[in-house]
Ligand binder design. Structure first.
Ligand SMILES: Nc1ncnc2c1ncn2[C@@H]1O[C@H](COP(=O)(O)OP(=O)(O)OP(=O)(O)O)[C@@H](O)[C@H]1O
Length: 444
C-alpha cells in the first residue's frame, strides 16, 4: 500500500476520553504500520466552546499515550480556505441560501413524519423568487447555506463496515454554513482532507451519516474521496455513552491515577477486534499486529476493572529500561526493579520499596530479644539470593522458631511491613549494615 496519511480531529471542547483515544490510537497504528503520517487537526471552529486549555490537554494526553503527530493544524486558522471553497460551491449552484427558522424546520419535519414521509428537507428555499428573498432580508433574516446533494447512490467500501451506501435523495441537503456565518463540521473537514492529502478517514461511527455528503463535496470541489473506516463507538460497561463534554472516562483522570499508558494502549488497540487483549510493551509491537480485517461492528465496552488488571500485568512484566526514566529514583538499578516490580500496583509505589531497600526506615520490633539474636547471625557479605535461607536457617537453629514465628518478626524488623517482595531478593539490596541496625531496633 502507498503510505497513508490519516488525521485525528478532536474538537477542543473538553477532555479526551477513552473512546476518542481509541480512534486516535487506531489512526496512529494504521499509519505507522504502513509507513504513513499522522496529522493532529484541532477542529476549533466553534469559537465559543473551543478552549486553549483543552488544546493543551489534548496534546498532553496524546503525548502521554506516545501518539506523536507529524503535523498539527488548527481549523480556526484556515477560515479563508473554507470561505474560498464555499464561494466556489455557490458559483456552481451547489450551495444555496435558506431562510427557515429552526421552528419552521421542526414544524416541517413533524408534518412529514405525521404523513409517514422521511423528514428530508424539501428544498423550498430553491423556489423562492427574488421578491420573496428581498422580503426575508428586509425582515432582518440571515440565511444559512445548504449543499445541494446529487440525488444518486453514494457508495464506499468502509474498512470496518464493509460495502456502504446512501442515496442522496434520502438525505437532507446538509447545512454547511449557519445563519451566523460560522461553518459546521462538514465542509472544513473536506477542504482540509483535500489540502493535507488525507488518504484514509478513520473515525467513530457517529460520523457515518456525514460520509455520503462529504464524498459528494470532495467530488464537487474537484477531489477524490479518501477511504473510510468508521469504528463503533466505545461505551461504558453498562452501555452508557461517553462524551468529552461530560468528562466521562477522561484520559487525564487515568493518567493522574497512575495508569500506565501502554496498558491503556494495549487495551484500546484490541478492544472490539478479534485479537485477545494482552499486554504489549510498545506501540511498535501493536502496530505490527494491526489489520483492518480484525475489527468488527459490535459495540466495544470499556471496563475499568480490566484496565486495572492489565496495568498490574504490565508493571509486573516491564523491563527496567521501560520504566527507568519514569521511576524518579536516580540511583535505582535493574536488580532493585526486578526485585520489586511484582509487588507494584502503580509505578509510583516503587519509591516506597526504594525507601525500604536503600533509605532510612523505622523498624517494627515484635520481640527484641529474638531479633537481636538474629542480628548477630547475619552472615558476612557478599550477599546473594541464597543468603536469606542461610540466615533464617541459622536463626531457626539458634532459637527453635519456625514458620510464622520465625519469618514474621524478621520481616517486620527489616521492612516495617507485613507484606512485600520476597526477602531473599530484598536482603541483598538492603545490605548487612542496614539489616543489622534494623534488627537491633535502630532506624536505618
Ligand atoms: N465513544 C466513542 N468511541 C469511539 N470514538 C469516539 C467516541 N466518541 C467520539 N469518538 C470519535 O472521536 C473523534 C473526536 O471526536 P469529537 O471531538 O467530536 O469527540 P466527542 O467525544 O464526540 O465530543 P463531544 O462530546 O464534544 O461531542 C471522532 O473521530 C469521533 O468519532
Amino acid at each position: 500500500m502507498a503510505s497513508p496519511t490519516v488525521r485525528f480531529a478532536p474538537s477542543p471542547t473538553g477532555l479526551l476520553h477513552v473512546g476518542n483515544a481509541r480512534v486516535a490510537l487506531i489512526n496512529w497504528l494504521f499509519a505507522k504500520a504502513n509507513g504513513g503520517r499522522f496529522i493532529l487537526r484541532l477542529d476549533d471552529t466553534d469559537l465559543e466552546r473551543s478552549k486553549p486549555e483543552f488544546v493543551a490537554a489534548i496534546e498532553e494526553d496524546l503525548g502521554w499515550l506516545g501518539l506523536a503527530w507529524d503535523r498539527k493544524e488548527f481549523q480556526s486558522a484556515r477560515l479563508d480556505r473554507y470561505h474560498a471553497a464555499a464561494e466556489r460551491l455557490k458559483a456552481m449552484g451547489r450551495l444555496y441560501p435558506c431562510w427557515e427558522t429552526a421552528d419552521e424546520l421542526d414544524y416541517k419535519r413533524k408534518r412529514q413524519m405525521a404523513r409517514g414521509k422521511p423528514p428530508v428537507y424539501d428544498r423550498s428555499a430553491l423556489t423562492l423568487s427574488p421578491a420573496d428573498i428581498a422580503k426575508l432580508e428586509a425582515e432582518g433574516r440571515t440565511p444559512h447555506w445548504r449543499f445541494k446533494l446529487d440525488h444518486e447512490d453514494v457508495r464506499w467500501d468502509d474498512l470496518v463496515r464493509g460495502a456502504s451506501h446512501y442515496h442522496g435523495a434520502n438525505l437532507s441537503d446538509p447545512v454547511l454554513i449557519r445563519g451566523d456565518a460560522s461553518f459546521l463540521y462538514t465542509l472544513p473537514s473536506v477542504v482540509d482532507d483535500m489540502e493535507f492529502g488525507v488518504t484514509h478517514i478513520v473515525r467513530g461511527e457517529d460520523h457515518v451519516t456525514n460520509s455520503a455528503p462529504q464524498i459528494q463535496l470532495f467530488q464537487a470541489l474537484g477531489g477524490v474521496a479518501p477511504a473510510f473506516a468508521h469504528l463503533p463507538l466505545l461505551t461504558g460497561v453498562g452501555g452508557e455513552g461517553l462524551s468529552k463534554r461530560l468528562g466521562s472516562g477522561s484520559l487525564r483522570e487515568l493518567r493522574e491515577r497512575g495508569v500506565e499508558a501502554m496498558a491503556l494502549n494495549s487495551m484500546l488497540a484490541k478492544l472490539g477486534s478479534s485479537d485477545a487483549i494482552e499486554i504489549r510493551h510498545s506501540l511498535a509491537d501493536l502496530a505490527t499486529e494491526f489489520a483492518w480485517s480484525k475489527f468488527g461492528r459490535g459495540t466495544p465496552k470499556f471496563d475499568p476493572a480490566e484496565l486495572e488488571r492489565l496495568d498490574a500485568r504490565l508493571l509486573h512484566s516491564a523491563g527496567f529500561e521501560e520504566v527507568r526514566d519514569r521511576l524518579d529514583i536516580p540511583d535505582a538499578d535493574e536488580a532493585f526493579w526486578l526485585a520489586i516490580r511484582a509487588n507494584l500496583t502503580q509505578l509510583s509505589d516503587a519509591a516506597l520499596w526504594w525507601a525500604i531497600c536503600r533509605a532510612e526506615l523505622a523498624p517494627v520490633i515484635e520481640d527484641a530479644a529474638f531479633t537481636e539474636t538474629a542480628a548477630d547471625l547475619l552472615p558476612p557479605e557478599p550477599w546473594d539470593a541464597g543468603t536469606w535461607s542461610l540466615f533464617t536457617e541459622a536463626v531457626k537453629q539458634a532459637t527453635g522458631a519456625k514458620g510464622k514465628a520465625l519469618f514474621h518478626p524478621l520481616r517486620m524488623a527489616l521492612t516495617g511491613r507485613e507484606n512485600g517482595p520476597e526477602l531473599k531478593t530484598l536482603l541483598p539490596l538492603m545490605g548487612r549494615a542496614r539489616a543489622m541496625s534494623r534488627l537491633k531496633g535502630q532506624s536505618a
